[in-house]
Design a protein around this ligand. Structure first.
Ligand SMILES: CC(C)(COP(=O)([O-])OP(=O)([O-])OC[C@H]1O[C@@H](n2cnc3c(N)ncnc32)[C@H](O)[C@@H]1OP(=O)([O-])[O-])[C@@H](O)C(=O)NCCC(=O)NCCSC(=O)C[C@@](C)(O)CC(=O)[O-]
Length: 455
């Protein structure tokens, strides 16, 4: 089934009153094993309302009726409505569309909410809440949940309970729980607390390195060589973060060559994975995609129009910036993420790269899609879009995990993450923090859930 057909079907579905459509849809999937034949499972089901009391569900392709029920039975309410995320799964088969041809089939999501998310909270979150959040994240199927940091509690008091968090989550599910370690002291504490993976965090900007680590880039790399050596002796994998890969809150634009330099140093000291952090969320996907998309836009309007619009905003923002700085030429039109990724790809194998986008300017999903099209298959994100770095003023949260999973479901890329359970985790932490979720998908699902409970 091709993307354009699915998209036009999706848009037709929207004409149906959404509350009822989604309840029906979810029920259709739930009843797959008993009621719906094998051949019907992979196709969109078509919900039709004959009158205010009855509805029917049919296989959209074959028009085979699946069942007719009265609405009272179909509108089972909250549980089914949570499953409305099925609407983002346009098909379950192979991705064949040429625009999506280079996308990976599976994306590993690295959840950074409990660490990156909670390190920036004004009020310190109690250990029990952190532990419950991690438990919920694990139960959603996330393969990696970054649990905490073994950094100086003077610098990040929010994570001073790292040891207690680690001891409480031992034995939780099958997820991996890496932790941040800025030096040997942190590494040793992490090992004593039972950590089996660690991460070091350098920066591509000198000023940011000093404000985050109180040392130069070179000095941080010296420390990290010690950590990497100790980790090798313990047979513990090390992830290497690089902050400010496109822009720095103090220095402005960061040259791709600086990012590539730090990436190469981290790889050479033995890091198993390099995560490229757009710490202040200024990266833009660039105009190249727009040319590509204009060719495709006639065949897949709904999906692409949204994407093109966000690219256009990015380009206007980029051009304005460049004009202000008197920079001209084609390079400006490339955006900032493509040149940075290209420079890093010269020195790090693609399978060792991860992207870590903050959503300060609303560019994170576009940048992620672009990175996937370039072949990257590991994406960092944070539940409910929590986060920011205490040493990067103005940086808002990371891209929300719920939004990333929703988008990946929509383009048929597997994550093995249960979106319904993620939404519950996001709801839990947002309620605790007493503010709305930073995830658009999370807010939409929660609203639908509360509407359904009123049925
Ligand atoms: C690196 C240091 C420690 C240097 O900080 P310093 O003050 O230069 O270090 P120091 O060696 O002088 O130590 C100061 C005190 O901290 C203690 N200390 C020293 N190390 C540790 C440790 N590991 N664990 C516990 N305590 C430690 C040390 O013992 C001493 O205690 P005192 O003697 O004064 O009582 C400090 O700058 C620090 O902890 N920085 C961490 C900042 C941080 O966590 N930032 C957020 C994470 S990075 C991020 O979020 C970006 C990322 C990864 O998400 C990607 C992106 O988006 O860009």
């Amino acid at each position: 089934m091709l993307l354009p057909e699915s998209v036009s079907r999706l848009s037709r579905f929207r004409s149906i009153r959404y509350r009822k459509y989604f309840s029906l849809f979810a029920l259709g999937d739930e009843m797959d094993s008993n009621v719906v034949g094998i051949g019907d499972r992979c196709y969109w089901k078509h919900a039709e309302f004959r009158n205010e009391k009855e509805a029917s569900l049919s296989n959209y392709e074959t028009k085979r009726p699946l069942f007719n029920r009265d609405l009272a039975f179909l509108e089972l309410g909250a549980y089914q409505t949570l499953n409305r995320h099925y609407c983002s799964q346009y098909h379950t088969g192979e991705i064949k569309h040429k625009l999506l041809g280079s996308m990976p089939k599976f994306v590993k999501i690295v959840e950074v909410g409990p660490r990156d998310g909670l390190q920036n909270e004004k009020e310190i979150v109690p250990t029990s809440v952190k532990v419950e959040l991690i438990k919920m994240l694990v139960s959603s199927g996330l393969p990696v949940v970054e649990a905490t940091s073994f950094v100086s509690p003077k610098w990040v008091p929010q994570l001073a309970d790292a040891k207690d968090v680690m001891s409480a989550i031992q034995g939780f599910g099958h997820s991996r729980f890496p932790v941040l370690t800025p030096n040997l002291k942190g590494f040793e504490a992490a090992m004593a607390a039972g950590a089996k993976e660690v991460a070091v965090f350098a920066a591509a900007s000198e000023s940011f390195s000093r404000s985050n680590l109180n040392c130069s880039i070179e000095d941080s790399l010296v420390r990290y060589r010690d950590v990497a050596l100790a980790a090798k002796n313990h047979e513990v994998p090390v992830r290497g973060y690089i902050s400010c890969v496109v822009g720095c809150p103090m220095e402005g634009a960061v040259p791709p060559s600086k990012v590539a330099y730090v990436a190469e140093e981290l790889i050479n000291m033995g890091c198993a994975e390099i995560s490229l952090g757009d710490t202040i969320g200024v990266g833009t996907p660039g105009i190249i995609l727009i040319f590509l998309l204009i060719i495709e836009v006639q065949t897949a309007p709904v999906f692409l129009v949204v994407y093109v619009a966000s690219c256009l905003v990015a380009v206007v923002q980029e051009l304005t910036l460049r004009l202000k700085k008197n920079v001209t030429g084609f390079r400006a039109l490339l955006g900032t993420v493509i040149p940075m990724l290209e420079a890093v790809l010269d020195v790090v194998p693609i399978e060792k790269l991860a992207v870590h986008f903050h959503d300060t300017y609303g560019q994170a999903l576009s940048n992620i899609l672009l990175s996937l099209q370039m072949g990257i298959s590991t994406v960092d994100s944070s539940i409910s879009g929590l986060g920011g770095c205490p040493y990067a003023k103005g940086a808002t949260g990371n891209v929300a995990t719920e939004d990333v999973v929703y988008m990946l479901n929509g383009v048929g890329v597997k994550t093995n993450v249960d979106l319904g359970k993620l939404i519950l985790a996001g709801d839990y932490i947002s309620k605790y923090l007493g503010r709305p979720s930073g995830s658009k998908a999370g807010i939409a699902f929660s609203r639908a859930l509360s509407n359904a409970s009123k049925l």
